[in-house]
Design a binder for this molecule. Structure first.
Ligand SMILES: Nc1ncnc2c1ncn2[C@@H]1O[C@H](COP(=O)(O)OP(=O)(O)OP(=O)(O)O)[C@@H](O)[C@H]1O
Length: 460
């Protein structure tokens, strides 16, 4: 009603005003007043509609509880958050209550997978050498995520380096679904074997923590290299995108939706090849569709943000965002305000920089279609349609999969133990002593984490 009365008020106001001054031209006078009335009415309508949209968006944000999700440009956000943590707490160390990690390791021949029986956490069924937290000497912190902290550790006997992801059970249980996600991550890592996906070597638990020992990606985060270069040339972006296409295609063939593609989760190995890590948000949908809300806002597909069912095509959306990020230095939809970011993802067109080639613009516009059914990589051709796109015309896919294409960045590694390709913000963090004995080799007593333990026989 008020939107009707307000224009009416203006109508009478202007009526009397014009009546006195333009008595001699009544036609013009009435026409002007009618026009003004319509204008004011439509303006108020529009404003009200905008307000409703904002309310809906706020409600959506509340539902999504996005404030609890890690931000997209992970490191800068995390650094700020960690800085705040550290202002109030002393630097966390290897045994601290807030720690969490992740790791990796190579060698994919004759890999035998098996669960470790409950009360023999570190012993394989074939009585292979026992592995415990005591066997690994912490060297430094490599990185940190929302629920985990990753340490560089050295195996005391073999001197092999691993990235060890440590998750605190208590915080996982407090955050509900996270306990299941930790198990999912460990199960997926066990099941997956691919040249561009991180390898799980061991998984074990203590009464308070879960540990995953992963192949150490000595080249650090792609994010860090992107940060140094500002942006990548198109040929560099093609190389990393192509290796990721192969990794994602492999996951999809196993029915796994990765859901968390972003530069922070793309690490580089010693040669500079991509190592996809962090499967905490990945999921195996029973019927190919899922609707859990997770991921990183800037990289999240519109259908996830809207709480709709989604499938593997969300990963192709994130690939589009990542290509854009690599070629411009930032994702297309980003702002300091999470609400605005989400609003842009849902409603805005992608701003295409003038310097991008026609092929790049074309693949981006097709990967970043808001309608998942119209997106490149959706059924029926799936990844094949992406591989065949002219953006990737220079790629020899078979050679790429065999790791025969030289990577554009070969990480400088003078001493793998110095973790020189990782952010000093993390690597200079104090890591105190070796783990205590009080909670070692405990049975998997907590029902949330039954059957978490794992030993990859190829590393024994
Ligand atoms: N295999 C690895 N080798 C070297 N560094 C690693 C490895 N795995 C993880 N890291 C480092 O640790 C950081 C955090 O790891 P990860 O993303 O797995 O943690 P997370 O808690 O699951 O994070 P998120 O909050 O993004 O889900 C990575 O960004 C990377 O810098």
């Amino acid at each position: 009603m008020p939107e009707f009365f307000l224009p009416l008020f203006f109508f009478f106001f202007f009526f009397f005003f014009f009546f006195f001054f333009f008595l001699h031209s009544p036609f013009f006078f009435f026409f002007s007043l009618f026009f003004i009335h319509i204008k004011i009415y439509t303006y108020i309508k529009k404003k009200k509609k905008k307000m409703i949209n904002e309310e809906q968006l706020n409600e959506r944000l509340e539902e999504l509880k996005l404030s609890q999700l890690p931000s997209g440009i992970g490191n800068s956000f995390l650094k700020k958050r960690l800085q705040q943590d550290q202002d109030s707490n002393p630097p966390s160390n290897y045994n601290s209550d807030t720690d969490e990690p992740k790791p990796r390791k190579r060698d994919r021949q004759d890999r035998v997978k098996h669960e470790v029986i409950l009360d023999q956490d570190f012993i394989s069924p074939t009585n292979k050498p026992q592995v415990s937290r005591d066997d690994f000497q912490p060297i430094c912190v490599l990185g940190r995520g929302a629920f985990g902290k990753v340490f560089l550790v050295k195996h005391g006997k073999t001197k092999e380096l691993y990235a060890m992801k440590v998750l605190k059970k208590a915080s996982l249980i407090v955050h509900g679904k996270q306990a299941q996600q930790a198990k999912t991550e460990r199960e997926i890592l066990e099941a997956v074997e691919h040249p561009f996906i991180v390898k799980l070597c061991y998984a074990f638990q203590t009464p308070t923590e879960l540990h995953m020992l992963l192949e150490y990606a000595v080249g650090g985060e792609l994010f860090r290299h992107l940060d140094h270069e500002g942006m990548f040339s198109e040929s560099m972006a093609i190389f990393y995108a192509a290796e990721l296409v192969l990794a994602l295609e492999h996951l999809h063939s196993l029915g796994i939706v990765y859901r968390d593609l972003k530069p922070e989760n793309c690490l580089l190995d010693v040669d500079g090849h991509v190592v996809l890590t962090d499967f905490g948000l990945s999921k195996v949908p029973v019927d190919g569709k899922t609707n859990t809300i997770c991921g990183t806002a800037e990289y999240m597909a519109p259908e996830i943000l809207m709480g709709l069912e989604y499938d593997i095509t969300v990963d192709w959306w994130s690939l589009g965002i990542l290509i854009y990020d690599m070629m411009t230095g930032s994702p297309p939809f980003s702002s300091n305000n999470r609400k605005k970011t989400i609003d842009s993802i849902l409603t805005k067109k992608i701003p295409m920089p003038y310097y991008m080639t026609a092929e790049a613009k074309d693949i981006l516009s097709k990967l970043l279609r808001k309608n998942p059914n119209a997106r490149l990589g959706s059924k029926p051709k799936k990844a094949d349609a992406i591989r065949r796109h002219k953006f990737f015309r220079s790629v020899d896919w078979a050679a790429l999969e065999r790791r025969e294409i030289s990577p554009p960045i070969v990480p400088i590694v003078t001493d793998p133990e110095s973790a020189e390709n990782f952010d000093p913000f993390f690597t200079t963090e104090v890591v105190e002593g070796s783990p205590g004995n009080n909670d070692l080799q405990a049975p998997e007593s907590n029902s949330h984490f039954l059957n978490f333990s794992y030993v990859d026989s190829s590393v024994l």
